[in-house]
Design a protein around this ligand. Sequence first.
Ligand code: AMP
Length: 416
Amino acid sequence: MKGKISAIKGTKDILPQEARKWQRVEAVARRVFELYGYREIRTPIFEATELFEKGTGQTSDIVIKEMYTFRDKAGRSLTLRPEYTPSVVRSIIEHRLYLKPEPLRFYYIGPMFRYDKPQKGRYRQFDQGDIEVFGEMDPAVDAEIVEMANFLCKELHVTKIEILVNSVGCKICRPSYLRELRVEAEKARDSLCPDCQRKITINPLRIFDCKVETCKEIAQGFPEITKYLCQECEEHFRQFCAYLEFYKISYKVEPHLVRGIDYYTKTTFEFVSKKLGAQDAILGGGRYDDMMKVFGGPDICGIGFAIGMGRLISVVPSKGMEGGFLYLAYLGEEAKKAGMGLVQFLRSKGVECLIEFKERSLKNQMSRANKLGATWVLIVGEDEVREGKYQLKNMTTGVQEEKTREEILKGIQEAS
Ligand code: AMP
């Protein structure tokens, strides 16, 4: 069709049936986060560009190539948030939340924007579920957030997850690792992609983020950071792993898991699913102990993770996500009014009802109810109105019974 306008490349409509699954998964995620003492924080979708340059890091792929940056009418450089942590840190400092008695544990679910190469599982607008905790240095908290993510997966019946963990050290031990890494990367320079060749000088750690197959293979042979950790980082990592074992969580140490963002210190981790294909990371996270200071705030450590909601939802089984509803079928003007009253009553008692105002035969309405997947059909005709008793059909069992308004409600409530 000429002049047809489509969704922008890398963006996606979530249509009503799928949106319902999203709502359910989001509700479970919120409940789990709240169970662990996290509270929602909502920050703006766009921020000063500088926030991400400083926070996400000048050498990250996100800042170098993936930000949606634009000038507003006043000429300010703004960026659609590519990730959430810098916004939360800004907000904590701006509102001095660290002076309040409440724990600094936050969560948020919403869209992020990255000018990434779109493919299955990778979009330019995508939703993340984020959690952040500040001011708790104990490796027990690192393990608790992994346990929380694992609990969320269990609540959603997500199976075949692998948990990868690592430590990326700190500003004391990382420089000696980077020196070694640079030497090794230099030896492989000619076989690396132009991007990675640039990264050798700027930040060789970022070579591990490269999506080019040959670079990934070469990077496999690079030195492992775990062997360069200072005593403090090594001890932190050891305790983190011990706490994971306390929680009976299976994990695998992946020494090249450095994550694509510059600010990580010590713990990093990822949940991957074999069901996802090339983009297999469902969630990723780690510590960022220096970030608050970088933004001119107090010296408060932090740790968190971000779930790719779309990827998570794609591995959540759909069964049971739909929920039941009642379809009201009526014949004639009087039955229509009685039906309107019945659904008003049932809705007020929490029963989801659909009544459609379009002239259709009873047979036609029954077949629609079937097609739409109704759990119940309530049939209202003139005789039923007169007698105050209606035909309730259970679409799963096929059983049809005559019931009063109260009996209908009771029957539905007992069955659900
Ligand atoms: P990151 O913020 O890069 O650590 O990513 C955290 C999680 O967000 C990943 O594990 C993915 O599940 C998801 N994610 C990151 N980038 C994208 C994208 N472009 N499209 C869809 N999901 C993404």
